[in-house]
Structure formats: C-alpha cells, structure tokens
Design a binder for this molecule. Structure first.
Ligand code: CTP
Length: 400
C-alpha cells in the first residue's frame, strides 16, 4: 500500500496532541504523499508553522490572506487539489465548527470546499469527549460522511485517564492507506441504491410513512463510491447528507416516484441494492384539502397496494445484473427472507431481525445475515452501519 503522489490536506487544530502532527506529516511524506498543512490560529500556540513547513516542504496555511498585499489563500483550489483531508488533532471546537459550518478560519473554509473524503482524529479531555455536545457533533459529521478516527484510552494532558487521546500517527497513516487501497475495486461499475422511507400522502399535511432513517442505504452508497463505483442513490425523505462526489442523488417522496426513478435507471446499472423501506400501501384518495376533525366520528382510510419495486426490477433483470434486497422481519426471519428472494428474483437478501437489539430502523448499528440464491449464508455480529456496509459490499462483489 502506498500514498505515492497522493495530495493530502492535513488540518491541525489547537490541542496538546498537535506535537503528534509533526510525526504524522513526516510519515505521510515518507510514504510519498504531498502534504499541505492548514493550521488554526490556536494550533499555532501548540506547534510552530516553521517546524511543520520544514517537514512538509510547503508553506503552512493559516490566515485567509497570504500577505499584506491582498493576495489570499484559495480554499476552493485546495478542495479540488486534495485526494483526502485529515484533521488531526481535531479539537471539540473544530469539530463543532465543522458540524455547523462556522467558517471563521482557513481550516473550516477548506473543509467546506472539500471534494475528497475527510477524516477527523479527535483529541481532548475525556469529559469533553463524552459530553453530549461533542457526541452530537460527531454524529452530525458522521452523517455528513466524515470518517471518525476514534481516540484511544490512556493518560491525557489533564493527567486524567480515559478516552480522548488522539490515535497514534502510524495508525492514522494505516487508515488513510486502507482508504486509498480499497478505492478502486468497483471502478467502472454503476450501482443503484434505494434508501430511506417513502411517504404516502393522505392530505396536504399528513402522510403514511415509517421509521426508516436512510442510514443503511447512505452507508452503502458511500462505501460503493469509495471503492470507485458510480452510484445513483434514490432516496425517500431523510435528514441524511452525502459527501462523496461520485454519488448522484435523486430525492423522491412516494413509492410510485421511487418505482418510476428506479425502473428508468435500472437498465443502465450493473447492480441494484434495495435498502429502502417502501410503503406497501397508499391511500386510494389523496384529499386536496386538509381533512377536518369531525367530533365523535372515526375516519376510515382505504389503501391500495403500491408497486413492488424489487419485483419489478427482478422481472426485467438481465443475467449479468445483480439484484439485492433487504428484509426486516419480526419472526420466521430466514424462511420469510428466502420467500422474498424467490418471489422478487433477487440474487441476495440482507436480513435483519427486529428481535435483535440495535438492529434495524434508526440505529447507528445493525446485525445482519446475508442469504444468497446460490445457497450461501453469512451471519455478522452487531456492528456500525458503516462496517455493515463494508461486509455487504465485500459479500456481493466477492468474485469481482
Ligand atoms: N421493496 C420494494 N418495493 C416495495 C416493497 C418492498 O422494492 N413496494 C423491497 C425493499 O426495498 C426490500 C425488499 O423489497 O429490499 C423487501 O421488503 P419488505 O418490506 O421486507 O418486503 P415486502 O414484500 O413488503 O413484505 P412484507 O412487508 O409483507 O414483509
């Protein structure tokens, strides 16, 4: 594995762990990477730009303006130049600013212009790391596609023991290398992914929906894009966002809209992974005006079936196309899933059971079993949806 010729933006914010950034720079340069350092004003209190520019062989960027003559550093150009950005150390303040777009220094403007994958290696005191605010910001960043390099446990600058030590430079380099190494194996492949819930309108203000968050489908889209695939993500209403530029996103609301978009795109695709929780029924009538409450009277909605997108794609699927579905079950998981695989002509089906704690809708984790038409069965432990996405893609494309 090599970082030969890779362009890496290294963001440094104000933490004691900034001394480790010198070693990180050195290791990256040794691996053949070009490193452009962007440091926050607080970062300079911990390590000098002179040290860092000597190690990286490039002037360190910190201010918006290069000199007193009005010339300025272009974060937009840096965003285009970079193959990757890593913020190490990332303080609580920098994580907060990244999560909320508070662009008051060059590191944050560079992050907001970034087209390449972004990693953060948090470093802070254990209570700051544990704080609900920090955890919320990390969650936002993760949803936005930023990859978190978890801090380790040990002695902290405060002399307290706990989680908050920035990961060691050698380990960070290995993680970045792995990202580049896994990047290209799906190059040239076009993959359709459906994600999220669908909303079926009852009247202008109400709908029938479900609790799907879209997290699993978005993690799959990011994973495929990272491995070089061209991804089309058709998603129902969700708060999720994407970071990867190789993902084209189509937002839809109802099962009908998702069906039309998926059917139109599928002939061009090499594979389709259907993780959306599609509503099985919609109201026969959609009221033009808000349905008014009538005292003492019930309300009966008549529902009609929605199209089965998976089955529709299964019926037009070509031999070389791969079709993968999901099954969220509460009981008889395996036999129900096998039945769905057969009925919808799927090649694989990813099963999760609502009986497993931490699996299914809304969680950041999932516990799955993948059943294959060829008779294969692989069961995985409870893990993050990101790790689950890796296992799913490894299994689906094992032979390519
Ligand atoms: N699916 C679909 N279109 C639908 C319903 C489901 O494409 N109208 C897809 C889902 O995205 C999933 C698979 O079919 O990949 C199985 O979904 P699921 O809801 O478990 O299956 P259903 O056929 O709806 O069966 P049931 O709800 O009765 O369990």
């Amino acid at each position: 594995m090599s970082l030969q010729g890779k362009h890496i933006v290294l963001g440094i914010s104000g933490s004691i762990a900034a001394y480790k950034s010198a070693m990180l720079t050195r290791l990256l340069i040794r691996k053949g990477a070009e490193v452009q350092i962007v440091i926050t004003p607080a970062g300079k209190q911990f390590i000098t730009p002179v040290t860092l520019s000597a190690l990286s062989g490039k002037p360190v960027i910190s201010e918006f303006f290069a000199s007193g003559d009005g010339s300025w550093h272009s974060h937009v150009e840096l965003g285009l130049w970079a193959d990757m950005m890593v913020v190490a150390p990332a303080t609580a303040s920098t994580l907060g600013k990244m999560a909320h777009g508070i662009a008051d220094n060059m590191l944050i403007t560079t992050y907001l212009s970034m087209k390449a994958p972004v990693f953060v290696a948090p470093a802070m005191d254990l209570d700051m790391f544990r704080h609900v605010t920090t955890q919320r910001n990390l969650e936002i960043l993760q949803r936005d596609g930023v990859q978190i390099i978890d801090p380790t446990e040990g002695e902290l600058a405060s002399h307290l023991e706990g989680k908050g030590r920035m990961e060691e430079p050698e380990k960070i380099v290995a993680i970045l290398e792995e990202c580049f190494a896994t990047k290209k194996e799906l190059a040239g492949k076009k993959i359709l992914i459906t994600a999220g819930p669908t909303y079926e309108r009852i009247d202008p203000v109400r709908f029938i929906g479900n609790f799907s968050s879209g997290k699993m489908g978005f993690a799959l889209a990011e994973e495929c894009a990272q491995r070089g695939a061209e991804v089309l993500l058709i998603t129902g209403p969700t708060a999720m966002s994407l970071s990867h530029s190789a993902i084209r996103r189509i937002d839809v609301e109802s099962a009908d809209e998702m069906h039309d978009a998926a059917l139109k795109a599928f002939p061009e695709m090499d594979a389709a992974i259907l993780s959306a929780a599609v509503a099985d029924y919609r109201p026969v009538q959609r009221a033009e005006r808000k349905i008014k409450r009538k005292e003492g009277e019930g309300l009966t909605l008549t529902l009609t079936p929605n199209p089965d997108i998976a089955a529709a794609l299964g019926s037009i699927k070509r031999e070389e196309q791969l079709l993968v579905g999901f099954a969220l079950e509460t009981d008889n998981e395996e036999s129900n899933a096998l039945g769905k695989m057969e009925k919808k002509q799927l090649d694989h089906i990813v099963v999760n059971s609502l009986r497993d704690e931490g699996a299914g809708f809304g969680h950041d984790t999932n516990k799955i079993t993948i059943l294959s038409r060829s008779g294969g069965k692989r069961a995985f432990e409870l893990q993050t949806k990101k790790a689950t996405a890796k296992d799913i893609i490894d299994t689906l494309f094992a032979s390519t």
